[in-house]
Write a protein that binds this ligand. Structure first.
Ligand code: GLA
Length: 381
């Protein structure tokens, strides 16, 4: 989306030109499922699907938020406390980002007009929420005369908005990758610190995203329930983070845990080890090993973390039957959303269509298929 087009749409909606325009990409999680809030590591990448935000100081005393070129406008008294729900729930992301700025002692405009545009599917597990939080925070800081914060700080502001004002106890993965992403690179996050680093995009690797079109929503309670089970298991086993356990210390303490807690803990400990092995595989350009790790990750999500769905399992299964597929797994929170597949360039649009067709023949909605191109992180335009 060009700057001119965004300005034009903003003027149509608000009758003034925007003072700031920003963008942030969606992300895929390559590996590291639910390791982030357990003190572990994760690898992701920014994807070439974005949220754009245009903003100007308000003419009135209120905050006005517009979703899309023709979608609804919500007018908010800046003194508003509490969350929006139902069809207005989307306002929690930009309004939460604005509130978050104050919690970080950063300047912010007292009231503003803001337009949101996006080509990032919502509910696909590709982090449209994080992208919106980051793009909003950047644009509003600019309105308040502050130049862009460091990516790590921007990620923290976005995560705080999500945790506090949206109410999802997420880790740093989504906001961290959307802030830190770089074209032709993967992002590695050691989430405890957190510490961010870039890994070169593996030569000869192709990634595909299959959006199951089954809406995944972090705010529906499943995500928080898994997070709680993990925290409980860590407390019972006397460790600050689940990833502080080894296979042996976990096996010794398993009798103290409920069946569910024990499965969640095993998933997290083993998944974190898989992320470390994935780094080694990437350094060695060993895509076969990386693919096997992706597939092992999916099986663990399916059977131990229990955040997969029949549609995601079907996509992973069908992908594995195609030549050129190294591995596939669900990406992001789970309970719907998308699958990511690592392939050689033998796997092309024809194979992707075939998988989509076979999946549909099993009674699932037709998946939306995206061939991954990486993108840069959040920035002002
Ligand atoms: C969602 C959350 C992240 C992370 C993933 C699962 O994307 O927002 O913090 O926990 O799920 O790995």
């Amino acid at each position: 989306m060009t700057r001119d087009k965004i300005s034009f749409l903003f003027e149509q909606r608000f009758g003034q030109t925007p003072t700031a325009i920003s963008t942030a990409p969606g992300r895929i999680e390559i590996i590291g499922n639910h390791t982030d809030y357990n003190g572990g590591c994760v690898i992701g990448a920014g994807i070439d699907r974005h949220v754009w935000v245009a903003a100007s100081p308000a003419i009135s005393q209120n905050i006005r938020l517009a979703s899309g070129p023709t979608g609804p406008v919500i007018e908010i008294d800046p003194r508003h406390e509490g969350r929006f729900s139902g069809p207005e729930a989307w306002a929690n992301f930009p309004f939460g980002a604005w509130r978050s700025l104050q919690d970080f002692d950063l300047p912010r405009p007292p009231a503003f007009d803001l337009l949101i545009l996006s080509d990032l599917p919502e509910g696909a597990g590709l982090s449209s929420s994080a992208a919106l939080e980051l793009a909003t925070a950047l644009a509003l800081l600019h309105l308040a005369g502050q130049s862009g914060p460091a990516p790590a700080d921007l990620a923290a502001i976005g995560r705080h908005a999500e945790n506090t004002y949206v109410g999802v106890p997420c880790g740093i993965l989504d906001q961290g990758v959307s802030a830190y992403a770089r074209k032709n690179h993967l992002v590695h996050i050691d989430c405890r610190a957190p510490a961010f680093s870039l890994l070169p995009f593996p030569p000869a690797a192709c990634f595909w995203i299959f959006n199951s079109m089954e809406k995944h929503a972090l705010s529906d309670g499943h995500y928080a329930a898994r997070n709680r089970e993990c925290q409980e298991a860590a407390v019972i086993l006397g460790v600050p983070w689940l990833v502080d356990l080894t296979d042996t210390s976990l096996a010794k303490g398993t009798h103290l845990l409920s069946g569910a807690q024990s499965k969640r803990a095993r998933h997290v400990v083993e998944e974190n080890a898989r992320v470390a092995r994935a780094v080694t595989a990437l350094e060695a350009h060993d895509l076969v090993a990386l693919g096997q790790l992706l597939t092992a990750s999916h099986l663990s999500s399916q059977h131990l973390f229990e955040n997969s769905t029949p549609a995601l399992d079907s996509l992973v299964d069908l992908l594995h039957r195609q030549p050129g597929v190294h591995g596939a797994r669900l990406t992001g929170g789970g309970f719907g959303g998308a699958v990511v597949a690592l392939t050689t360039d033998r796997f092309g649009t024809a194979q992707a269509d075939l998988v989509a067709q076979q999946h549909t023949a099993h009674g699932h909605p037709r998946p939306d298929v995206i061939s991954l191109r990486t993108a840069d992180g959040a920035r002002l335009l």
